[in-house]
Design a protein around this ligand. Structure first.
Ligand code: CMC
Length: 422
């Protein structure tokens, strides 16, 4: 079978035949047919905007791999910092490389005092942590003169290190501010996830993190570290294609993640479960979703048309966490919703399954995070994915500044009418 596609322009009878490689053909073929021809593809449903070797995702088969490694193996056997190294560098580190990377990240966790005293203190007392996170990440870049030096590998690596190391500190700072609690400095003796939980929750001297909960946090970070060309990552690529610095680009990606259809969905899931309130209300809620009165949050995915593999792992982890923290009372409602939806023709025919956000919020709540922090918890690990994509983009000779074309559907030329005559 020929691995080619032939496109004929019936207006002119002209044809082009181009190779299909890995299920993809180059749209340059269309330009060969007619340079004015455009493909209309809102929300990029059929468009590969880049070639990428970071994450492989097969939505129909429910497969997710980072640099070739199945997410299930990484979640079980690896650590977040090792996975971060893998995503950013392409291969798993040696012991020496991992020790150096861990040391470097650990020793870049502090943020400038002005960030806390002047910048964060300026927010309104009830500012949303995600709004604070986005602006703090952008502001942080102004502290580093070399942050714009993105074509020096040494400088870019430095900015990546700074961002990966400092996002947990910023995240914890937004929480402490919202609670009116004093800021806890990073502790270099603690691993990444534990240090984050320590900065979040320490009050006084006798604080320690249960190893099961620290491991669950680290594992949730692994699961959220990358997910190929989602909305936030696309924002990252589009903004960094203008050669914007990594801090501002990361802030832009985080802004995309903030939306309730993207990283804000885990927050929306908990609100939804709280609104449903009891098991008895589940059938009526499902019916209201089917009537189009709202969505079943935490269900459905643009790419997964089968179970989201991350959702399976998170569901298992939820039970581990609840052994330590006690069961989240919303769990039963979530389980009933899942069971009802997976038997219902509406959800089955549309291939709507639980996604990563369906159970993660319940774990976050059990770990003591307020719902407003959930998207921030997603943004911490996803910063690694965003930066891996930025590095890949900057080294990709095929890439230019992102600039899609449009299909103009507005008025034809018309003459200006003075306001008195309108
Ligand atoms: N509840 C009810 N109906 C749904 C849902 C849902 N959660 N998701 C999709 N549908 C329906 C939708 O109404 C449409 O039906 P119809 O064909 O009759 O018009 C059909 O399924 C296809 O939906 P779509 O909106 O065209 O699908 P999409 O690929 O554009 O949207 C999605 C993907 C994730 C935005 C969507 O499934 C959704 O809104 N889910 C709820 C929000 C959510 O959980 N988001 C987290 C996504 S995973 C983490 C992340 O990406 O950050």
């Amino acid at each position: 079978m020929a691995e080619t596609i032939t496109i004929t322009d019936d207006r002119t009878g002209k044809s082009v035949t181009v190779p299909i490689v890995g299920g993809v053909f180059s749209s340059a073929a269309l330009r060969d047919l007619d340079p004015a021809l455009r493909m209309y593809d809102p929300a990029f449903l059929s468009t590969a905007a880049c070639a990428s070797s970071i994450t492989y995702l097969d939505g129909d088969a429910g497969i997710l791999r980072y640099r070739g490694y199945p997410i299930e193996q990484l979640a079980e056997k690896s650590t977040f910092l090792e996975v971060a190294y893998l995503l950013l560098n392409g291969d798993l580190p040696t012991t020496e490389q991992l020790n150096q990377w861990t040391f470097d990240v650990t020793h870049h966790t502090m943020i400038h005092e002005n960030m806390r005293k002047r910048f964060v203190d300026g927010f309104h007392y009830d500012a949303h942590p995600m709004g604070m996170f986005i602006s703090a990440v952008a502001a942080l870049g102004t502290f580093y003169e070399d942050s714009k030096d993105i074509f020096s590998k040494e400088s870019l690596d430095k900015q990546i290190l700074r961002l990966v190391a400092k996002v947990p500190t910023i995240a914890a700072m937004t929480y402490r501010f919202s609670k009116g609690l004093p800021f806890v400095l990073p502790n270099n003796a603690l691993p990444y996830a534990e240090n984050f939980l320590n900065m979040m929750y320490r009050i006084g001297d006798d604080f320690s993190v249960d190893p099961v909960l620290a491991r669950a946090m680290d594992m949730l970070f692994i699961l959220h570290a990358d997910h190929e060309q989602n909305c936030g990552t696309t924002a990252m690529r589009v903004v960094s294609s203008a050669n914007t610095d990594p801090f501002s680009s990361t802030a832009a990606a985080a802004a995309a993640l903030y939306g309730p259809l993207h990283g804000g969905a885990n927050e929306a899931v908990v609100h939804m479960l709280q609104d449903i309130g009891s098991l008895d209300n589940v059938p009526a809620f499902i019916e209201s979703v089917k009537r189009g009165e709202g969505r079943l949050m935490g269900f459905g995915h643009r790419v997964y048309k089968n179970f989201d593999p991350r959702a399976r792992i998170i569901k298992d982890t939820a039970y581990e966490v609840f052994k330590v923290t006690g069961k989240n009372p919303l769990l039963d409602i979530a389980l009933k919703l899942e069971e009802t939806a997976l038997k219902d023709e509406y959800f089955v025919s549309r291939k709507l399954y639980p996604n990563v956000d369906f159970y993660s919020g319940l774990i976050y709540q059990a770990l003591g995070f307020p719902v407003e922090m959930f998207t921030v918890l997603f943004a911490i690990p996803r910063t690694v994915g965003w930066l891996a994509h930025m590095s890949e983009l900057l080294n990709d000779k095929d890439q230019k500044i992102s600039r899609p074309r449009q299909w103009y559907t507005g008025a034809d030329e018309r003459n200006y009418i003075p306001i008195t005559k309108r």
